[in-house]
Design a protein around this ligand. Sequence first.
Ligand SMILES: [Zn+2]
Ligand SMILES: [Zn+2]
Length: 123
Amino acid sequence: MKIQYQVEKNICDVDGCKEIAYGKCMRCGTDICLTHQPIVGKNYRHSATLRGGEDGYFCNACISKLISDPNEPLREIHEAYLGLDRLIKKINEINKEYDVLIKHAEESIQKLWKKTKNIREMY
Ligand SMILES: [Zn+2]
Ligand SMILES: [Zn+2]
């Protein structure tokens, strides 16, 4: 069965873009498509391990205002998003450092496993 019905969709507000918008700035309501989201603003995660409905998106113009104006009503939640963002970056750096250390440790064991073959075979 075929039916026709009207669907309301938000379109990206970036000049010349007619893509469907899947996000909007939490401060000014500008609609942004997936392609333009990382270009004209920033998506903030609400969780280090999950993505979801409490993630936040702000356009760059609003981020500037949130950072510079202490009276912005959304300043506190933006700072909380920034805080989690910094922690996620830090844990990713630490994980990379540990990946290198673990690789060295594993390689040492592999070398020593071969090197100690004669000793191990004595028992
Ligand atoms: Zn905005
Ligand atoms: Zn767009």
